[in-house]
Design a protein around this ligand. Structure first.
Ligand code: CA
Length: 155
């Protein structure tokens, strides 16, 4: 895990044409994710960090954003994407935490949340443990976008 992550997060710029506010949490841009399957790069605004990756249902894509938190506690998990009609309404997103059952959510990426920030929920994380948010494109009804993940302290 990169110890400089919070510092790096502050240096991230928001994409062209974006009115997204600056992000305050731990930010994992798509450049820091591990991808499986075929993903294309897209610079279409709005996005976080200047670009995002996109995969279709046949790509059997997987985007894995790994992170750890500096202190144990509750954190909000936020995914960034800009909604579009050609996006998947049923993208599977899995939150992995050490020693705890997986949390699975089905994302509708046709919808655009305010500022592109889609909240998965608030979860408890332990300091030092490796966690991951994993986005899947397999079996979806459209394209899946992996732009950025933000982990924001909730208490
Ligand atoms: Ca991005």
């Amino acid at each position: 895990m990169n110890q400089d992550l919070p510092r790096y997060a502050q240096m991230l710029n928001l994409g062209d044409g974006s009115d997204l506010e600056k992000l305050s949490g731990i930010v994992l841009d798509d450049t820091m994710a591990v991808f499986k399957g075929e993903w294309s790069k897209t610079g279409l605004p709005p996005n976080v960090g200047g670009a995002a990756r996109i995969a279709g249902p046949r790509a059997e894509g997987q985007a894995r954003f790994e992170f750890s938190v500096p202190a144990s506690g509750n954190y909000q998990v936020i995914l960034y994407w800009a909604g579009h009609e050609n996006r998947a309404s049923n993208s599977r997103c899995v939150l992995e935490r050490q020693g705890q059952p997986e949390e699975v959510r089905v994302l509708n990426q046709r919808q655009t949340a305010p500022k592109g920030a889609n909240t998965l929920g608030t979860f408890q994380f332990n300091a030092g443990a490796t966690n991951a948010v994993v986005l899947h494109s397999k079996g979806t009804d459209g394209n899946v976008v992996a732009d950025a993940v933000e982990i924001r302290r909730a208490d």
